[in-house]
Design a protein around this ligand. Structure first.
Ligand code: APR
Ligand code: PHB
Length: 395
């Protein structure tokens, strides 16, 4: 097989990159380890920055999102016993976010790929990039017991944190920066109306809680839990009781509970590898960086990488601008690090670190909470990061 850009992974990064390149007349082939149903079964975050929304529009996959997505003009922060609405729109000169689940984004992208007839191979095993530092890279994989080879110009590693792309870069090339946190998030999805029309990020001495949503009839809630906690130890009633205990009385009374459609625990981690390119292999999204979910940046940073790589590849193919290929990693990383900083900052601001932090750090955390809620500049700072910082122009 032959293509121009071979893409490993059919998560949001791979599918979005594939769709944008297809629209620009560049051939892609996507190779995915799992089945489509498996990919759609993963429940992930659901807050899209304006830049991500614009990119989905540019890719021609925004129609259902425009219809069913919820435009949010604000979020609420509960810290130190105070409740503060962040008027995102007013604080950022008119910007908002779109609440629309990653699962739905993925579903729309899969449908677009099917409709345009561009190739995508699911259930491919043993995907391997080869000759990435030569002018003729290729992928090999196995499907239905047969070996296949895809010759290409470039390889996009969109295969997530556990993917093969990052691991195929020779040892010693990548530098890894990492922070692990001493807790995880227990998430619950339920067909109940959200407790509030906007998201609520709640700091509490029992631990952080987040009230999110997927629609006016589907809620997503999270609780900070210690590492090592098991989902089976959290029957629905225990989850709801704990959530109520972390919310102010009026919200706890208003909370509508119901059976969990899904419940899972995710550890919190910050990780970045540098550079995001080696030869003709480019790392995109979770393959290169992970953020804790507190800032809702995971999917948005993946879209940010896609934005840069897509625009660079279009100039490479249309204008012969191969000089731009070396710009991808530094450009993507400048924005990634700002997203990492914000996610790390929000995680520190809102979580209970218990014995994992000393008395000084606790005082700093208290002072941060008081400062950010009490200052217009502090609120603008959080708001402009939450709605998403601007992209640089590829020129
Ligand atoms: N070969 C082929 N495909 C693979 C391989 C492999 N060796 N390893 C992983 N994959 C596939 C996975 O099955 C998955 O479908 O790559 C895809 C990666 O998708 P994601 O993990 O969703 O990563 P990405 O597309 O970068 O999306 C980032 O996902 O984790 C969230 O918070 C993150 O929202 C952000 C988004
Ligand atoms: C979610 O809805 O799943 C969600 C929303 C905001 C976050 C994290 C997760 O910061």
């Amino acid at each position: 097989m032959k293509t121009q850009v071979a893409i490993i992974g059919a998560g949001p990064s791979g599918l979005l990159l594939g769709q944008l390149l297809h629209k620009a007349g560049i051939d892609t082939l996507i190779v995915e380890r799992q089945t489509p149903d498996y990919v759609l079964g993963r429940i992930r975050a659901g807050v899209l920055e304006q830049g991500t929304v614009a990119l989905l529009r540019e890719a021609g996959v925004a129609e259902r999102m425009e219809r069913e997505g919820l435009v949010h003009e604000g979020v609420e922060l509960l810290m130190g016993g105070h409740r503060q609405r962040l008027d995102l729109k007013a604080l950022t000169g008119g910007k908002t976010v779109m609440v629309y689940g990653q699962t739905e984004v993925t579903r729309d992208l899969m449908q677009a790929r099917r409709e345009c007839g561009a190739p995508i191979i699911y259930s491919a095993s043993d995907v391997q990039p080869h000759a990435i530092d030569s002018p003729h890279p290729y992928l090999t994989f196995e499907k239905d017991g047969k070996q296949h080879r895809v010759d290409c110009d470039y390889i996009a590693g969109c295969d997530g944190f556990h993917g093969v792309a990052r691991q195929s870069i020779p040892a010693g090339v990548l530098k890894t920066y990492e922070r692990v946190y001493p807790f995880g998030w227990l998430g619950l999805l339920a067909d109940t109306p959200p407790v509030n029309h906007e998201l609520i990020y709640a700091q509490h001495e029992r631990g952080f809680a987040l009230c999110s949503q997927r629609s006016q009839t589907r809620s997503r809630y999270y609780l900070q839990v210690p590492l090592g906690e098991q989902v089976q130890d959290w029957p629905d009633t225990r989850f709801w009781d704990e959530l109520k205990a972390r919310l102010p009385e009026d919200l706890a009374e208003r909370l509508v509970t119901g059976p969990a459609l899904e419940k899972s625990i995710a550890p919190l981690r910050s990780l970045v590898v540098e550079p995001m390119q080696h030869g003709r292999l480019f790392l995109v999204g979770d393959a290169a960086h992970i953020v804790p979910p507190t800032g809702a940046k995971g999917l948005n940073l993946a879209a940010s990488d896609v934005n840069y790589l897509y625009r660079i590849l279009v100039k490479v193919y249309r204008e012969g601008r191969t000089d731009l290929l070396a710009e991808y990693s530094p450009m993507a990383l400048r924005r990634v690090w700002k997203g990492e900083r914000f996610s790390w900052f929000m995680t520190h601001l809102l979580h209970d670190f218990g014995a994992h932090q000393d008395a000084w750090d606790s005082k700093m955390q208290e002072a941060d909470r008081a400062y950010y809620l009490g200052s217009q500049a502090g609120l603008v700072n959080i708001a402009e990061n939450y709605v998403g910082l601007p992209f640089e122009t590829v020129q």
